[in-house]
Design a protein around this ligand. Structure first.
Ligand code: SAM
Length: 250
């Protein structure tokens, strides 16, 4: 079979698979089997080859002003949910440089990152959204920042990121961290919301960009948005304040 016929065959199957996948996600709760099927679908030719990939840059080549900056962070973290130490370091460096007053985090877990972000700058306020829980008080008591002096800097919000009413926060956020449900459709929806949440110098950070479904949602924005990955991390970043990105790719 010629290469062209192979491509037509792959795209045809992919188109059908994408239709079925989105149809099923809309009408059923994704079970483990469906997730497995979706994993197979994403590992195909279309997403690997057809969509452009983000460029990878070293943090200091994009943010040279961070060189020599002291960053206060705790190495003892909840490894099940949290960002890696390098990701936390870069995130805190960005907050420290911008003195970011307002941050929106989609996906709080136990508040490890909310707490770290609040500690780096006492003028920062964090709005952190997670799914509603049955026993809200018990859940809140497990939050890392509970009964600390950072508690007043964090507003815990509850709701599904796909349907949450973001209207009080639109256009105000200096940083939006997307770290909730990592499925393609939710990530795509969270990305659209994040683009409306940031101000004209704002930053969007997607965690787990290396996950195929997150990658697909982010890569689909590339024709209109300047997004790059930070070397050594799963962070994909869109920074409205950057006029240019460095020319060399690390
Ligand atoms: C990886 S954890 C977040 C970790 C946190 N950002 C940190 O660094 O400590 C993902 C969180 O997203 C939440 N989540 C999953 N789907 C969500 C949705 N649709 N809306 C809001 N939160 C969601 C989960 O309950 C979970 O607590």
């Amino acid at each position: 079979m010629s290469l062209v016929r192979q491509k037509i065959w792959s795209h045809g199957l992919t188109g059908l698979a994408r239709f079925l996948e989105e149809f099923f996600i809309d009408v059923t709760k994704p079970s483990r089997k469906l997730k497995f099927l979706r994993g197979l679908i994403y590992a195909n030719y279309d997403y690997v080859v057809r969509f452009p990939k983000v460029k990878v840059f070293d943090f200091l080549s994009v943010y040279p002003a961070a060189k020599g900056r002291e960053i206060l962070m705790l190495l003892h973290r909840d490894e099940r949910w949290s960002l890696s130490d390098l990701e936390t370091l870069y995130l805190l460096a960005l907050i420290s440089m911008r003195q970011a007053p307002k941050i929106f985090e989609i996906g709080s877990a136990h508040g490890e990152t909310s707490y770290a972000m609040a500690r780096i700058n006492q003028d920062t306020h964090i709005f952190s959204l997670d799914l509603p829980v049955d026993d809200t008080v018990a859940h809140q008591n497990k939050m890392r920042w509970k009964n600390t002096s950072q508690e007043q800097q964090i507003t815990q919000l509850y709701g599904d990121s796909r349907t949450f009413d973001y209207s009080p926060y639109l256009g105000q956020m200096d940083i939006v961290l997307i770290d909730g449900d990592h499925s393609y459709l939710t990530c795509k929806s969270d990305s659209a919301k994040a683009l409306k949440l940031i101000n004209d110098k704002g930053i969007i950070i997607w965690d787990d960009y290396n996950a195929l479904e997150v990658q697909r949602a982010v890569n689909e924005l590339l024709p209109t948005e300047n997004i790059f990955q930070l070397k050594g991390t799963g962070f994909a970043v869109l920074d409205r304040s950057l006029a240019d990105l460095p020319s060399e790719i690390s």
